[in-house]
Design a protein around this ligand. Sequence first.
Ligand code: ITT
Length: 183
Amino acid sequence: MTIRFVTGNDGKVREAREYFEGIDTIEQIEYDYTEIQSDSLEEIARHGARETFEAREGDDPVIVDDTGLFVDALGGFPGPYSAYVEDTVGIERFWRLAREEANRRARFRTVLAYADADGTETFTGSVAGTLVAPRGDGGFGYDPLFEYNGQTLSEMSTEEKNAISHRGRAFAAFAEWYASNED
Ligand code: ITT
């Protein structure tokens, strides 16, 4: 199957290609779907996937991935605003804010929305970790700040990150649902 991944984020596509290697083809497409104002990742992703599937030619299913970093001590901030915070202040300044907190627990959460001619489904994945001073060269976004089991996500290979990450877990939930729906 070819799955159209609606995203401008090459890091997400790299992880999807690694995860679905030999199983499905991941085609990256860009489509400027309406980003509805909502603090629910589910609603944003579901709406984006449906709108893109309806608007674009073709029957290949589409997926949208909406991800946020939720910091316990900051009441879940930046959460659904994670992209805005990365683009405006950047992860170094974000770290300077987070390091003031005694409790550095945080969680990544991904909602993956899948849309095809039969409907729309969402799958979630999350991972809990600790915020640390930036380390590592791999990954993207907030990865250098997020430590899991002694390693930041930036210090892991794509395969290692997929095995434990929010996105990898959402992919796993999706793959399981898909396999049980195939016929
Ligand atoms: P698209 O909407 O085009 O897919 P985006 O980068 O804007 O790309 P999100 O809104 O889902 O996507 O991303 C929210 C923010 O979280 C953004 O700053 C990303 O860089 C960051 N992010 C997403 N997934 C991440 C991951 O696995 N590791 C670290 N940061 C991540």
